[in-house]
Design a protein around this ligand. Structure first.
Ligand code: SAH
Length: 245
């Protein structure tokens, strides 16, 4: 008898657990949908900078799909779908979703494409890119962050996202050239190796400026002839791109 009661209790707890998981999943999906609407509104408000009123629907769909709550520390999970940067430890941050959406849109990544990211951080931007192109190569300088994000991306099934620990200033020459390069930390100037590793016809999105000072988000296009065309998009604020030893 006692055995049966225990078994029933286990069943009830399991049922409650899966009910809770499901309603959490619904709640996160609703929060993500609201976040997408907020990003769309922010894009309309900043259209004079962006030169457009709406982002690529594929980018919007990727933001609507990637579970940002998995990429933030447990204590910030309830804020995961606010349009804000959040601390991820080691004095680093996960970028504001609007910025992730705008930078991804500027890259114009496509199926079959290969992208390099400098500054894996939480892994969120890499996951968004992983939804949109074939292969993502992402470099993180802070070892525990890179290890944690690499494992998380694996657990979530992003097999096309490859994380390595190292100084992203040097790029990842073994996998170059890249169709797109995205840098998610601000550098005083555009690292030369990254320019070299950009395919002719490719695009780079990078914040450039002083650490914690005025920074500009740049879109750099490499023409088929190999010339560089630079466009300033937005004033931004990123953590600094550091140099490894
Ligand atoms: N893309 C991240 C945002 C990360 S913040 C996300 O979606 O969460 C910028 C990251 O760049 C930090 O994690 C920081 O440690 C890393 N970083 C700084 N300098 C670097 C360098 N030279 N090479 C690689 N990563 C660097």
């Amino acid at each position: 008898m006692r055995l049966i009661i225990t078994a029933l209790m286990v069943l009830a707890v399991t049922a409650m657990q899966s009910y809770a998981d499901e309603s959490n999943a619904d709640e996160y999906a609703r929060a993500r949908a609201a976040l997408v609407r907020e990003i769309e509104a922010n894009v309309r408000q900043t259209q004079s900078y962006l030169g457009r009123e709406v982002l690529d629907p594929r980018v919007i769909a990727a933001i609507g799909k990637v579970p940002r709550h998995e990429f933030v520390p447990a204590e910030y999970q309830s804020s995961a779908y606010l349009d804000q940067p959040l601390p991820i430890g080691y004095e680093q941050t996960i970028s504001q979703p609007y910025i992730v959406a705008v930078m991804t849109d500027l890259l114009q990544v496509f199926e079959g494409g290969r992208v390099l990211e400098v500054g894996t951080g939480s892994g969120y931007q890499a996951a968004v890119l992983g939804e949109l192109c074939d292969e993502v190569y992402s470099i993180e300088l802070v070892e525990p962050l890179g290890v944690r994000s690499g494992a998380l991306l694996q657990r979530l099934g992003y097999d096309n996202v490859h994380v390595k620990i190292g100084d992203g200033y040097a790029g990842w020459p073994e996998h170059a050239p890249f169709d797109g390069i995205i840098v998610t930390a601000a550098a005083p100037h555009v690292p030369e190796p990254l320019i070299e590793q950009l395919r002719p016809g490719g695009r780079m999105v990078i914040p450039v400026g002083r650490p914690f000072g005025a920074q500009r988000l740049l879109l750099i296009e490499k023409t088929v002839a190999g010339d560089l065309v630079e466009n300033e998009v937005l004033p931004v604020r990123f953590v600094p791109l550091k140099r490894g030893e």
